[in-house]
Design a protein around this ligand. Sequence first.
Ligand SMILES: Cc1cc2nc3c(=O)[nH]c(=O)nc-3n(C[C@H](O)[C@H](O)[C@H](O)COP(=O)(O)O)c2cc1C
Length: 167
Amino acid sequence: MLAGPLTSTEFRRALGHFATGVTVVTVERDAGFVHGMTANSFASVSLDPPLVSVCVDHRARLLPLLKEKQRFGVNVLRREQQAFSEFFARIEQDGDTQERLGVKFLWTDQKIPLLENVLCQLSCKLSGLHAAGDHSIVIAEVENAKFFDGEPLLFYRGQYHCISEKP
Ligand SMILES: Cc1cc2nc3c(=O)[nH]c(=O)nc-3n(C[C@H](O)[C@H](O)[C@H](O)COP(=O)(O)O)c2cc1C
């Protein structure tokens, strides 16, 4: 146990002990253009109706886009896609790097951009927004889901990992 009041560094370190997958939330920015944001705060919320949540920093460019467009994608990354996670956590998302990394999108009828070749694609509709500290809890209804064979990219104690067999 740590003595004294919890500092933000300690809080982050403590929470880093909770292993997660890695998602990229994708939304249309301008006609035909995509803004993506790496997020590991993704969670399932309800089965009926099917709801998920993701916590988004109030300063993130993603937040106003979600409010405006209402529909967006959540893409669960494969173990081979650490570079995608790093790319969509960057301030600059330039087309050249995107092409070099092999980032490709497909578009649903509802104008949701989804990442191709990921482990799971969720088509979501905004259902609620709740301010919580310096983040907003985004609740969304999942309207469509596709999933594929493969292994997930994991995030644990600030580093990327992949599943290994139990001894
Ligand atoms: C593995 C990983 C997980 C992240 N998870 C979240 C998250 O759940 N919520 C969040 O607001 N930012 C998260 N971030 C940070 C954002 O991806 C990053 O700050 C992004 O540039 C901000 O979004 P914007 O591009 O829409 O401004 C994460 C970054 C990484 C590398």
